[in-house]
Design a protein around this ligand. Structure first.
Ligand SMILES: Nc1ncnc2c1ncn2[C@@H]1O[C@H](COP(=O)(O)OP(=O)(O)OP(=O)(O)O)[C@@H](O)[C@H]1O
Ligand SMILES: Cc1cn([C@H]2C[C@H](O)[C@@H](COP(=O)(O)O)O2)c(=O)[nH]c1=O
Length: 194
C-alpha cells in the first residue's frame, strides 16, 4: 500500500513522517521515503529550487525525472513485495506546486491538468493521501521562508490546487487539520492510518 503525506511547506509532513517511522505500531518492513529524493536527480531538483530564475517548465521536468527514478528505484520494488510505503511528498506536490508555478506563464490553459497528463501514462497513484491542512500564512511562518516557494502568496495558489485535487479524488484524500499542536496532529494522522 502506498500512503503519501501532502500539504504546504511547513504543514508538518516531515514531523509526522519521522514520528510514524519511529512508531512501533507501523510494520517493521515499511519503507519511508520522500520527494525530492536524496539521489542525484534530487540534487538537480535542489539546484533548481535554489535558482530564483529557473525555467518553470524545465523545473517541472526535473521534479518529474526525480519521481520516475523514485518509482523504479524505491516505490515499485517495495510495493511488489507487499510492503507499506510512506512517502513525504509525491506526485500531488507536482500537480499543486508546478501547477501554480506554470500558471504565472501563459504557456498552458490548465497547468495543473497538463502536469497530471504528463504523469498519467506511467506513474503509480497513491492508495491514500493524508493532506495536512494549514493556511498559507501559518505555512510560510513555520517553514521560515527559506526558499522561493515559501511565501504566503504563492502558497495560497498551491493550496487552491490541493483543494482542486481533493475535490477530484475525495476517496483517496483524507484531510487533517494541521494547525493544532504536533502531538494532536500526529494522533489524528495515526487514527486515519489505523
Ligand atoms: N503541528 C505543528 N505545530 C507547530 N509547529 C509545527 C507543527 N508541526 C511541525 N511544526 C514545526 O514547523 C516546522 C516545519 O515542520 P516540518 O518540517 O515537519 O514541515 P513540512 O511540511 O515537512 O515542511 P516542508 O515541506 O517545508 O519540508 C518545524 O520547525 C516543525 O517543528
Ligand atoms: C516534491 C515536490 C516539491 N516541491 C517543492 C516543495 C518545497 O518547497 C520544495 C522541497 O520540498 P521539501 O518538502 O521542503 O523538502 O520543493 C515542488 O515544487 N514540487 C514537487 O514535486
Amino acid at each position: 500500500m502506498l500512503v503519501t503525506l501532502e500539504g504546504l511547506d511547513g504543514s508538518g509532513k516531515t514531523t509526522v513522517w519521522e514520528r510514524l517511522r519511529a512508531d512501533d505500531a507501523v510494520p517493521p518492513d515499511a519503507v519511508f521515503t520522500r520527494e525530492p529524493t536524496d539521489s542525484w536527480y534530487g540534487d538537480a531538483v535542489q539546484r533548481s529550487i535554489d535558482d530564483d530564475d529557473a525555467d518553470s517548465l524545465a523545473e517541472l521536468f526535473l521534479y518529474t525525472a526525480d519521481h520516475a527514478a523514485h518509482l523504479s528505484d524505491t516505490v515499485r520494488p517495495a510495493l511488489s513485495e507487499d510492503r507499506l510505503v510512506v512517502s513525504d511528498r509525491y506526485s500531488d506536490s507536482r500537480f499543486a506546486y508546478q501547477g501554480a508555478t506554470l500558471a504565472s506563464s501563459d504557456r498552458f490553459d490548465d497547468p495543473l491538468q497538463f502536469v497530471r497528463e504528463v504523469h498519467a501514462p506511467w506513474t503509480r497513484p497513491p492508495d491514500r493521501t493524508v493532506y495536512l491542512d494549514v493556511d498559507p500564512e501559518t505555512a510560510a511562518r513555520r517553514s521560515g521562508a527559506t526558499n522561493k516557494f515559501e511565501t504566503a502568496e504563492y502558497l495560497a495558489d498551491v493550496r487552491d490546487n490541493y483543494e482542486r485535487l481533493i475535490r477530484d479524488d475525495p476517496e483517496r484524500f483524507v484531510r487533517v487539520d494541521a494547525t493544532a499542536d504536533p502531538d494532536t496532529v500526529y494522533e489524528r494522522v495515526r487514527a486515519v492510518l489505523e
